[in-house]
Design a protein around this ligand. Structure first.
Ligand SMILES: Nc1ncnc2c1ncn2[C@@H]1O[C@H](COP(=O)(O)OP(=O)(O)OP(=O)(O)O)[C@@H](O)[C@H]1O
Length: 309
């Protein structure tokens, strides 16, 4: 089962620019969470802070007893092995074919034999639907396949926490839909805690158990999908409904084209801008049910009972 990630009072600045202040949230074990937010609000910096690649000035990120912000580098390095990281562009080595790209972390960080490495790599290649493409080079395959290869590489060390930075960037709507299904299928198969940073409202509406939103230097909301998708919070509501009027404006470092594309996304995803909660994706037929669903139900019941007692 995935590991809980507890973020407490996290503040990060670059010089005089505070990216975000006092961010507190918990990624529940094995659940899928999405972090939304206009461009430049610090979503990538947040991911990097969770894995200890960026050290915020204040706060803690607790992972398996290690504070990724304040613990000694050797402890952070050890805890980092619990993570799988999928970068925007797949971050593949152009000179290696897919098999070697995906095998790279195993050859770098373990003493496994080539036979074991082959078994693991082929299993992960199968999981992301790339069987038969292992001898291809990144330059010979589509953007969607490169993303899936990046995901396969993020999976080889059996991560208990998976961080995905804009997994949909550059993908058409159909490929994005396949990717959404793949993320849910992976969660059903490996029960890892997942955090996905995205602008894509289709992913936000159908994939995660929990959603959060960063805006103008802070976390405006984080909670169960049902709450966020029906939220009256002006920033969240505007972002999810795609209206121009509202607190999110041109100052959020977007150009007209980005705004137009995002608005198109939102209209399509949420249908006639209804505030109904879209259905969450289920694992593909033949796969196990997501263990997180039952745990989450229990967790939310306990939260509700705690609030009413
Ligand atoms: N190493 C760095 N040094 C200085 N400033 C940085 C550094 N990394 C990020 N920033 C700044 O922090 C802010 C947040 O950047 P970040 O990439 O996290 O935004 P984002 O929300 O992921 O944006 P996008 O959605 O466009 O990818 C930006 O203003 C960026 O310029």
């Amino acid at each position: 089962m995935g590991i809980e990630v507890v973020v407490e009072g996290l503040t990060k600045s670059f010089g005089r620019q505070t990216v975000w202040r006092d961010v507190t949230l918990t990624l529940p074990p094995g659940e899928v969470s999405v972090m939304l937010g206009p461009s430049g609000t610090g979503k990538t910096v947040f991911l990097k802070s969770i894995i200890g690649l960026i050290r915020p000035e204040r706060g803690r990120v607790l992972v398996d007893g290690v504070d990724m912000v304040g613990s000694p580098e050797r402890d952070v390095y050890r805890a980092r092995k619990l993570f799988g990281l999928m970068f925007q562009d797949g971050a593949l080595f152009g000179s290696m074919h897919l098999f070697d790209n995906i095998a790279f972390p195993l050859r770098e960080h373990t003493r496994k034999t080539e036979q074991e490495i082959r078994r693991i790599v082929m299993e992960r290649i199968d999981m992301v639907g790339l069987l038969g493409s292992e001898a291809k080079f990144p330059g010979e395959i589509s953007g969607g396949m490169r993303k899936r290869a990046g995901l396969a590489r993020a999976l080889v060390l059996d991560p208990q926490i998976i961080l995905c930075d804009e997994p949909d960037s550059g993908l058409d709507p159909v490929r994005t839909a396949y990717l959404s299904q793949l993320l849910i299928d992976l969660n059903a198969q490996i029960d890892a805690t997942m955090l996905i940073v995205t602008h894509n409202l289709d992913i936000a509406a159908t994939v995660p158990d929990n959603m959060g939103m960063l805006f103008r230097g802070g976390l405006v909301a984080f909670g169960p999908r049902e709450e966020l998708l029906t939220s009256q919070e002006p920033v969240v509501e505007q972002f999810l409904s795609g209206r121009r009027a509202g607190p999110i404006g041109m100052s959020e470092e977007k150009d007209e084209a980005v705004i137009a594309r995002e608005q198109l996304d939102r209209t399509t995803v949420l249908g006639v801008r209804s505030r109904n909660v879209p259905q969450q994706l289920e694992p593909s037929p033949g796969l196990p049910a997501r263990a997180a669903v039952q745990r989450r139900r229990q967790r939310l019941l306990e939260l509700r009972d705690g609030a009413t007692s």
